[in-house]
Design a binder for this molecule. Structure first.
Ligand code: F6P
Length: 367
C-alpha cells in the first residue's frame, strides 16, 4: 500500500525536541509527496477533530523551539473524560482518521503513548508509528529517548550552580530531579554534576548510610554535600513497611512535607549540617533542545517517514547501537526501562566515591 497521507500528534508531557521530530517527519514526508496532517493536543484533538495541515512553511523555523507546536495532552482514547463521563473514544478517533484519509498515525510520546498507539492499532485497526519521547529515558527497547539529553544538560547545570552556594554556606543541598519511576536523569546529571549522593528509585536508600557519608566527607574537610534525588526514589523503610509518603502537618492547617523536604529535615537532625531543597520541576522540560536532541529527533523523524513510505507500520522507531531501528510496537508498549542496579553508570558513580544510599554502598565503593 502506498502511503499518501499521515497524521501526526504529540501526547503526554512535552519535552524539548518534539518540534524537531515533527519537522523531521514532515519534511521527509513532503519530499516523498506524502500529505501531513497535524493533530492538536494529542488524542484529545483526534477525537475532537482539531487538525492543521503541515507544509514546508508551517514546519520551517521550529527545529530550535521547545515544547510542541501541536500542543499535547495526557488524555487516553481508552478512557477519555467527556463531560461528566469517562468513555472509550476509539471509534470516534477511527472515523475521524478515515474521513481524513490518513493511512498512518504517527504518535510522538512516552510510555503511555506507546500503549495508547498500540490500543488504537489493536482495537481500531489503524496503522500507527511511534517515536520515543521523554526526558525520563524510560521507554523500553530503545537505547535513548529524545528530550533526555536536553534535560540532562539542564539538571547538570543546576547541580553546578548549587555547588557554589552549597560550598559557600557549608550546606547539604538536595536537588530534586524528574524521571517518574526511573532514575536515569538523576543518575546521569548526578554523575555529570559531581553530586556526592545520588538517590534513584531502582536502589532503595537507607538514610543512615547517607548520614555516614556526609559525616565522612566532613571529616575529610568537605563541609558541603550535594544530593541528586530522583523524584521516584524510595527508602528501604518505605518499601519494607509499605509506609505511604503521608503528608505531614507542620502547623495549623494541612501542609505537606514533600519527600525532598523530609529528607532534608532528617539529614539536618542526623548530621547537624544545615540543609536546603531545590526542586527543578518543569524547568527540566522547558526551552530549546540541545544539539544532540535536535540531531536525534531529525534522524528519528526522517527514519520514521522513510519506513512509512516503504509501507512499514506498527513500529516504534528507536535507537540501537546508534542506528535508527523499528521495534514492533507490541514488544515496546508497557515495557518501562529502569536503571539496572548493575548498570555501568552505577558502577561509575561508586568508583568516583558517590554514595547511592544502599547499605552495601561502602562495599561497592571498595571501602
Ligand atoms: O514523563 C515526564 C515527566 O516530566 C516526569 O518526569 C514527571 O514525573 C511528569 O512528567 C510530570 O508530569 P506533569 O507535567 O503532568 O506534572
Amino acid at each position: 500500500m502506498k502511503t499518501k497521507c499521515i497524521g501526526i500528534l504529540t501526547a503526554g508531557g512535552d519535552c524539548p525536541g518534539l518540534n524537531a521530530a515533527i519537522r523531521g517527519v514532515a519534511k521527509a514526508a513532503i519530499q516523498y509527496g506524502i500529505r501531513v496532517v497535524g493533530i492538536q493536543d494529542g488524542f484529545r484533538g483526534l477525537v475532537e477533530n482539531r487538525i492543521v495541515d503541515l507544509d514546508n512553511k508551517s514546519v520551517s523555523g521550529i527545529l530550535t523551539q521547545g515544547g510542541t507546536m501541536l500542543g499535547s495532552s495526557r488524555d487516553r482514547l481508552s478512557a477519555m473524560p467527556m463531560g461528566d463521563k469517562t468513555l472509550d473514544m476509539t471509534d470516534v478517533a477511527v472515523s475521524n482518521l478515515t474521513r481524513l484519509h490518513i493511512d498512518c498515525l504517527v504518535c510522538l510520546g512516552g510510555d503511555g503513548t506507546q500503549r495508547g498507539a498500540l490500543y488504537l492499532q489493536e482495537k481500531g485497526g489503524v496503522n500507527v508509528m511511534t517515536l520515543p519521547k521523554t526526558i525520563d529515558n524510560d521507554v523500553g527497547l530503545t537505547d535513548i529517548t529524545f528530550g533526555f539529553d536536553t534535560a540532562l544538560g539542564i539538571a547538570t547545570e543546576a547541580i553546578d550552580r548549587l555547588h557554589t552556594t552549597a560550598t559557600s554556606h557549608h550546606r547539604i543541598i538536595i536537588c530534586e530531579i524528574m524521571g517518574h519511576d526511573a532514575g536515569w536523569l538523576a543518575l546521569g546529571a548526578g554523575i555529570a554534576g559531581g553530586a556526592d549522593v545520588i538517590l534513584i528509585p531502582e536502589i532503595p536508600y537507607d538514610l543512615s548510610v547517607i548520614g555516614q557519608h556526609i559525616d565522612h566527607r566532613r571529616m575529610m574537610g568537605k563541609r558541603f554535600s550535594i544530593i541528586a534525588l530522583a523524584e521516584g526514589a524510595v527508602s528501604i523503610e518505605e518499601l519494607t513497611h509499605k509506609k505511604k509518603d503521608k503528608p505531614k502537618v507542620i502547623r495549623d492547617g494541612m501542609i505537606e512535607e514533600p519527600k525532598a523536604h523530609r529528607i532534608a529535615r532528617q539529614l539536618r537532625e542526623l548530621t547537624g549540617v544545615d540543609a536546603r531543597v531545590t526542586s527543578l520541576g518543569h524547568v527540566q522540560r522547558g526551552g530549546a533542545p540541545s544539539a544532540t536532541d535536535r540531531l536525534l529527533c531529525t534522524r528519528l523523524g526522517a527514519a520514521a517517514t522513510q519506513l512509512l513510505n516503504e509501507g512499514t507500520y506498527n513500529v516504534m522507531v528507536g535507537i540501537k547501537n546508534n542506528a535508527c531501528v523499528p521495534f514492533p510496537l507490541h514488544e515496546v508498549a508497557g515495557k518501562t526501562k529502569l536503571v539496572p542496579p548493575d548498570h555501568p553508570w552505577v558502577k561509575t558513580a561508586h568508583l568516583v566515591d558517590t554514595c547511592m544510599g544502599a547499605p552495601d554502598c561502602m562495599a561497592q565503593r571498595g571501602l
